[in-house]
Design a protein around this ligand. Structure first.
Ligand code: GRG
Length: 325
């Protein structure tokens, strides 16, 4: 399978483009900009305060973060920030920080101690390409670098805005967010001495809001923080981001059941085999699809205060629900 360039990804995603014509070109534009920005940020020259950048670690960090991915999270930062006329370069910096966290989570999730996956974005996973220790350190390096990026004046001239972004991302990514959700996920699978943790629909929804939803919600809120938006606007984007995150996870679970490995770019059929707690497993495929449709409506409704300006974000909600990769 070839590396997924922004253009190749767009070709794969055409089937799920949604009703808004502008959506795919705008997603592709962010993916192209993100590639260039991450390439620059992950250069071989040490920056002020660093001692040196070990080449093997740099290569692994670049491998885990460049040359693939839909860049949906940076797209959401850029497009929510655009509602408040935030300069695109600033939103891209926040998108790059968020993508570093996302790519770290994928590299760590693929490790033998977690999901033990061989394939990610149509390529060997980071630990298969390098080795376990290097993949762990590459993930650690990406996570730490995210906060370096957020701290830079290039991200926003206001230190208060930068601190707000740091706190929001730390909470989305950590104990009460993605890492906490991953812990619950492994516990539900029965990875620990206590045996499998049985979860009902509400508990699975909470787990997913943490594991996957928290970073997507951050992406939508970050635009409002960058734009120093009103409390009402923040609330609206928070609701949009939460519904989008839930929709994303159900769509991901459906892809695991119904997806084609060549299109999805990672192994499929693993959730049921591993005994993972999913809403598709609890509700059944048909009910999960109905729930997914209602979450798309919720996401669209939350955007009402922004009128036509939010058309591309509405299209994003459809894309998330209907994507094939
Ligand atoms: C290891 C701390 C830690 C957390 C892992 C995100 C996560 C938690 C695990 C990934 C497993 C997984 C497949 C989750 C489902 C949702 C998800 C994050 C899918 C991948 O995101 P996409 O589709 O990927 O946006 P691309 O490749 O487009 O960036």
């Amino acid at each position: 399978m070839a590396t997924k360039t922004p253009k190749a990804l767009a070709a794969n995603l055409v089937a799920s483009a949604g009703p808004e014509d502008a959506f795919l070109p705008r997603l592709t534009a962010v993916a192209t900009d993100m590639e260039a920005l991450l390439d620059r940020l992950l250069g071989s020259e040490a920056v002020d305060g660093e001692v040196a950048r070990p080449p093997r670690l740099m290569q692994a960090m670049r491998y885990a973060s460049l040359g693939g991915g839909k860049r949906l999270r940076p797209f959401l930062v850029v497009e929510t920030a655009a509602l408040f006329n935030v300069r695109r370069e600033r939103a891209l910096m926040v998108g790059a920080a968020l993508e570093c966290v996302h790519c770290y989570s994928l590299a760590h999730d693929d490790l033998p101690a977690m999901d033990n996956d061989a394939l990610r974005r149509g390529q060997p996973t980071a630990h298969r390409k390098f080795d376990d220790a290097t993949a762990i350190l590459a993930g650690d390096g990406l996570l730490t670098y995210a906060f370096d990026i957020l701290s830079r004046a290039e991200t926003h001239p206001s230190a208060a805005v930068r601190i707000a972004l740091v706190a929001l991302l730390a909470r989305a990514a950590g104990l009460g967010g993605m890492v906490g959700g991953q812990m619950l996920d492994l516990a539900a699978e029965g990875r620990f001495a206590e045996g499998p943790l049985a979860l009902d629909e509400t508990e699975v929804t909470t787990l997913q809001a943490m594991k996957t939803g928290a970073l997507l919600r951050f992406a939508c809120l970050a635009g409002a923080v960058l734009g120093e938006a009103s409390a009402d606007a923040r609330r609206a984007l928070d609701e949009y981001g939460s519904a989008l995150g839930r929709a994303f996870q159900i769509a991901d679970d459906l892809l695991d059941v119904e997806g084609d490995v060549a299109m999805v770019g990672k192994s499929t059929g693993k959730d049921a085999a591993a005994g993972k707690a999913t809403l598709v497993g609890i509700l059944g495929t048909a009910n999960a699809k109905a729930h997914l449709a209602s979450l798309v409506t919720q996401a669209e409704t939350a955007l009402a205060p922004f009128g036509r300006d939010a058309a591309v974000l509405k299209a994003a909600a459809h894309f998330v629900a209907e994507r094939r990769a």
